[in-house]
Design a protein around this ligand. Structure first.
Ligand code: C5P
Length: 335
């Protein structure tokens, strides 16, 4: 399959996966009947599932030969310690981020979370411009401004709606968690994109994912021990697990792999565009089926501005700098 269909396929998978994950995760936390599972154990199992999937992919890519797969790992992962070590940065941020998502979704309803989380496009744009030297045109700056106004509108509306309702949740904690998530997501995403597309050593996506997993699994284990170690020792690792928890783990793992493919075949900005469409879907499902959110005029206007801003941003991309375009063409030739 060519690069263009793969680009749209990955974006479609991200849209469906994001919608499903946010709703199932919110449902799994909001409707837990007094026995909420330990989020950190779900994050650790997600990382283990991704590592297994990446190993399986490498084995398939290497003619189903264990010996050839092991030789490749020795050469490209163990044999390149400096190249591998740089992946500790996004891995560390993703571990914190993956745990924080649960904090955010425990305290905010699904649509509010998704709209606020779109602020990551702002951080991603700034990071892309600084770290990847990607141009941000005038139309895109306008789009970013519209994005911030839209997020502000939703935020004001949700803060008012949260007053007096849902006393067991803390809107401010949810809000702070989302802001931290935006910073981490923007920086880690662009960092991974730079390693993947502009790294000194050109490595396949599977090798890059393996390098990331090598850190993510131990980081996930440390996070589980630090966050919930005592409680896990008392109640057990799988305390409070339901079918929804396993669905969250499967969707998270699929999502991580889809994110990496999207960054390879499209880019981080287009990924934001895909998640915008998923906002519309999750708002409609939350409103229609879960009764999780009431659609006020303020929320609807803000959400529309956010989604419109994402489209404007993607459509108003300036052409790449001549030097960058030539370098990209040369890379394409080599591949
Ligand atoms: O919200 P955001 O797009 O930043 O989320 C990125 C997600 O993708 C994280 O859960 C991260 O663990 C995952 N990921 C991955 N493999 C990559 C890049 C990201 O599993 N190569």
């Amino acid at each position: 399959m060519g690069a263009v269909p793969l680009k749209w396929l990955t974006l479609l998978v991200i849209t469906v996966q994001t919608t499903a994950l946010v709703l199932v995760m919110r449902y799994s936390r909001a409707n837990a009947s007094g026995r909420p599972y330990f989020a950190s154990t779900a994050v650790l199992l997600t990382e283990a599932a991704k590592m297994t999937a990446v190993l399986l992919t490498l084995w398939l890519e290497n003619g189903r030969s264990v010996a050839r797969t092991a030789a490749l790992l020795r050469r490209d992962v163990w044999g390149q310690p400096r190249d591998t070590a740089q992946l500790a940065v996004p891995s560390f941020l993703y571990t914190i981020q993956n745990n924080l998502v649960f904090v955010a979704l425990t305290n905010l309803d699904a649509p509010t979370f998704q709209v606020l989380y779109q602020l990551k496009i702002l951080v991603t744009a700034l990071m892309s411009s600084v770290m990847l030297k990607r141009r941000v045109g005038a139309v895109q700056w306008v789009a970013l401004l519209v994005l911030v106004v839209g997020v502000g509108l939703v935020q004001v509306d949700r803060t008012a709606a949260a007053d007096g309702r849902h006393r067991h949740t803390n809107h401010l904690v949810g809000l702070l968690a989302v802001l931290a998530l935006c910073m981490s997501s923007g920086y880690a995403g662009v960092f991974f994109e730079r390693v993947l597309k502009h790294g000194a050593a050109s490595q396949s996506l599977s090798v890059r994912n393996m390098q990331l997993s090598l850190f993510s699994v131990p980081f996930g284990a440390v996070a589980a021990a630090l966050n919930d170690g005592a409680a896990i020792a008392e109640h057990g690792f799988f305390y409070g697990y339901t079918g929804y928890t396993w669905a969250v783990i499967a969707l998270q793992a699929l999502g991580g792999l889809a994110v990496s493919a999207t960054v390879k075949y499209a880019d981080n900005i287009l990924k934001g565009f895909a998640t915008s469409i998923s906002i519309l879907l999750s708002v409609l499902i939350s409103w229609g089926y879960l009764g999780d959110v009431s659609l006020s005029a303020g929320f609807a206007a803000g959400a529309l501005l956010v989604v419109g801003a994402t489209f404007l941003y993607s459509c108003g991309r300036p052409p790449p700098r001549p030097a960058a375009a030539a370098a990209a063409a040369a890379r394409h030739k080599v591949e």
